[in-house]
Design a protein around this ligand. Structure first.
Ligand code: GN1
Ligand code: MG
Length: 362
């Protein structure tokens, strides 16, 4: 780590450095200096992000733009977006032994959660995801690099999943038979979002693409959401991705890798609270098709995520970090249980969205 520390002006005063957070992709550390300043150091996973410089360019542009919007609205920009700490050479990243590193200022007095502890928190999360969408509404989308091509292209993900099951190099097909069948039974919905984008029925927007609960910073005292973090996958996409991924994790009664499926349920109250916060910020922005498909978005993104975990399990667990051999299978099962829950409650969820919209239009 000494070589990395040398890249930062605070680097000769590090008191402690520890692993931090629960991300599945990048390696994250919290560094604390002698006078108590805190910094987040991250090694970018270059197997996943092949062009780290482009990732950093996106983040630089996005965070600057958000701060500008907050200032325009008369707010306090200091905690409104991640703050990149430049290296001693004034770069947004440091290259050490061919690895790319970056540093953020630690957001004081805030933390992330793996599960919703108080329902009202999820209303706040909905607001934060909505604010992010609203703030970036005027952002020149063509400036964004595609950091991971086809990231939420569900049909492409489905093709890859099928290939993994056909080859089945690790011979795991039998134990995942029901899960594979569950996914293939839903092949007809894979192209719903991409189809609407292609036909320009819904617009491409700046989307975060990874709005799971632990990517939202929440103030420890007020329990209000401060900002959205983990901006590596900010790209042009559909708002349905962000709505869907937030519901997938936050409206579940269990953690993402809960092995006891009887604990994995979709909490309609949480769904409603998130949707309320989210739509308060975005209902004037979204078109009818988008609003009509929010529930479908949650279903598809949850299915897609389950499929991604299962693909990784079939391919030998090279993508997501795992803590035990069947971790990805367990994660996939929990996602598919949630898909089933969304399907069983579909009409009620649609009704919730409809009522919120009617109420907001009053
Ligand atoms: C990964 O990096 P992290 O843990 O926030 C993944 C997301 C998945 C998520 C599932 C770049 O997010 O797409 O939805 O795991 N990020 C990438 O927990 O693939
Ligand atoms: Mg993360």
């Amino acid at each position: 780590m000494q070589k990395i520390f040398r890249q930062y002006s605070f680097g000769n005063d590090i008191k402690s450095i520890d692993s931090f957070g629960h991300g599945h992709i990048n390696k994250t550390y919290l560094a604390i200096t002698g006078n108590g300043e805190k910094y987040i150091l991250q090694r970018i996973n270059q197997d996943v992000f092949k062009k780290p410089k482009e990732v950093m360019k996106n983040i630089e542009l996005i965070t600057k733009y958000i701060r500008g919007q907050v200032i325009k609205e008369g707010g306090d920009p200091s905690r409104a977006a991640l703050e990149i700490i430049p290296t001693v050479n004034n770069k947004t990243y440091a290259v050490v032994d061919n690895f790319y590193w970056r540093c953020y200022r630690y957001v004081c007095g805030a933390r992330t959660y793996e599960i919703i502890e108080e329902p009202e928190m999820f209303y706040e999360v909905g607001k934060a995801v909505g604010v992010f969408q609203r703030q970036l509404d005027g952002f020149p989308i063509e400036k964004l690099h595609i950091t991971i091509p086809d990231f939420h292209n569900t049909p492409v993900r489905f093709e890859r999943f099928l290939r993994a099951t056909y080859t089945d190099i690790n011979d795991v097909g039998l134990e995942a038979f029901n899960e594979v069948k569950f996914i293939i039974d839903r092949k007809d919905i894979m192209g719903v979002i991409t189809g609407m984008l292609d036909r320009e029925e819904i617009p491409l927007r700046v989307t975060h693409n990874d709005t799971k609960l632990n990517n939202i910073m929440i103030d420890e005292n007020t329990k209000r959401a401060i900002c959205v973090i983990d901006l590596d996958t900010v790209m042009p996409g559909s708002v349905l991705y962000d709505f869907g991924d937030a519901i997938r994790v936050g409206a579940s009664t269990a953690v993402e890798d809960e092995p006891d499926l009887s604990k994995v349920k979709l909490d309609k109250k949480l769904f409603s609270l998130f949707s309320r916060g989210f739509l308060e910020e975005t209902h004037e922005l979204l078109n009818e098709k988008e609003i009509e498909h929010l529930v479908e978005g949650a279903r598809i993104i949850t299915l897609e995520c389950g499929m991604r975990f299962l693909t990784d399990y079939f391919e030998g667990n090279n993508y997501f970090s795992i803590s035990y051999q069947k971790h990805n299978l367990v994660r996939a099962r929990a996602q598919l249980k949630l898909v089933q829950e969304i399907e069983e409650n579909y009409d009620k969820l649609q009704e919730i969205i409809k009522n919120i919209i009617t109420d907001l239009k009053k």
